[in-house]
Unconditional design. Structure first.
Length: 302
C-alpha cells in the first residue's frame, strides 16, 4: 500500500479543524494585539487633514447613519473622529438620520466626551437625536435647525443649548462629517447640504461604499473618505501620531489621555485579527491546491 504523505492528507482535513484554526487566529490578536504596522492612504489622509486644519473654535456637524450590523467597521471611526475634534478643542453637533444611529452616538459620546475628556454637554457638544425623513431632514436644516430639531435627544429646547445659539442653519457649521453605512448618508449630505451651501463634507463609510463615493472625492465635492476597517485603523494611528508628535492644535487634556488612546486602539486590534485571518485563508488555499496536484500526479503514476 502506497504511503500517504502529509500534503495528501490535507485534502481530507476535517472542516471543523479549519474552522477552529480560523477562530483561534481571529481570537488571539483580539486578546493579545500584535501591533502590525499601519500605512496610511491618501483617502484617509485627506479626510484627516481636512478636519485637522479647522481652527480651534470650529463647529463640526457629525451625522450618525449606521447601526449594530456595521458597528465593527464604523464605530471605531466615530470614536477616533471625536477624539481628534475634542483634542483640538472643536465643538461637535451630533444628529442621526438612522434610528440606530442614536444608540451609536450615545455610546461614542459616553466614552469620549464624558469618560475621557470630561466635557460639558450643551457647551462643548450636543446630541440632537434622530429625526425621520432622510434627505428631507438634510434639506430642512439648510433652512432652519430649530424647525427640524426643536429639542435635543434629552428633551431640552434647542434655544436653551449654548452651543446652538449661533447655529441657525447648516450654513453656520464649519464642516460636515457623515458616518454612513448606506442611505441616507454621505452622498445625500454632498447633494443637499455640502454643494448648495459650500460647506466642506467628508465621511467614514463601509469598504463596499468606496467606489460609489470616489467620484465625489475626485471632483472635490468630498474631502477624502475613511474607508472601512483599514481606514478606521489609519485614522486612529494618525490621531495618536498627531498628539504624540505635538503637531498643530492639541489640548493639554489630549496629551494626558494619549496613553489611554494607545491602549484602546480598537480598529488597529481588529485589523491585526483581519490581516492574520486573511493570511491563514490564503495559506489554506495554497496548501489545498498543492495537495490536489500532488494527489493527481500520484494517480497518473498508477
Amino acid at each position: 500500500m502506497a504511503k500517504v504523505s502529509f500534503l495528501e492528507k490535507l485534502d481530507t482535513l476535517d472542516r471543523r479543524i479549519i474552522f477552529l484554526i480560523i477562530g483561534l487566529v481571529v481570537l488571539i490578536p483580539l486578546l493579545i494585539p500584535f501591533g502590525l504596522p499601519i500605512e496610511t492612504t491618501q483617502l484617509t489622509e485627506d479626510a484627516f487633514y481636512a478636519l485637522d486644519e479647522l481652527p480651534q473654535d470650529a463647529k463640526v456637524l457629525l451625522s450618525f447613519e449606521y447601526g449594530p450590523s456595521t458597528k465593527p467597521e464604523i464605530h471605531p471611526m466615530a470614536i477616533s473622529v471625536l477624539r481628534h475634534l475634542f483634542s483640538k478643542g472643536n465643538k461637535v453637533i451630533i444628529m442621526c438620520l438612522w434610528p440606530d444611529g442614536l444608540f451609536m452616538a450615545n455610546e461614542a459620546l459616553d466614552l469620549v466626551a464624558r469618560q475621557e475628556f470630561g466635557l460639558e454637554y450643551g457647551v462643548d457638544y450636543v446630541n440632537l437625536g434622530y429625526r425621520p425623513g432622510n434627505e428631507a431632514i438634510i434639506k430642512g436644516i439648510t433652512k432652519s435647525f430649530a424647525a427640524n430639531f426643536s429639542i435635543d435627544s434629552k428633551g431640552t429646547n434647542i434655544s436653551q443649548i449654548p452651543i446652538m445659539h449661533d447655529i441657525q442653519t447648516a450654513r453656520d457649521v464649519d464642516f460636515i462629517f457623515s458616518l454612513s453605512a448606506g442611505y441616507p448618508g454621505a452622498i445625500e449630505w454632498v447633494l443637499y447640504a455640502g454643494d448648495p451651501l459650500q460647506v466642506p463634507v467628508s465621511s467614514g463609510n463601509t469598504s463596499i461604499q468606496v467606489n460609489q463615493l470616489l467620484p465625489y472625492v475626485k471632483s472635490g465635492q468630498m474631502k477624502g473618505i475613511v474607508a472601512g476597517m483599514p481606514g478606521a485603523a489609519e485614522y486612529e494611528t494618525m490621531v495618536i501620531r498627531k498628539i504624540e508628535e505635538n503637531i498643530g492644535i492639541i489640548t493639554d487634556k489630549a496629551r494626558e489621555l494619549l496613553p489611554n488612546f494607545k491602549e484602546r486602539r480598537n480598529a488597529t486590534k481588529f485589523m491585526d485579527a483581519q490581516s492574520i485571518a486573511h493570511l491563514m485563508i490564503v495559506l489554506f488555499i495554497v496548501l489545498g491546491n498543492i495537495s490536489f496536484f500532488v494527489k493527481r500526479r500520484k494517480q497518473r503514476k498508477y
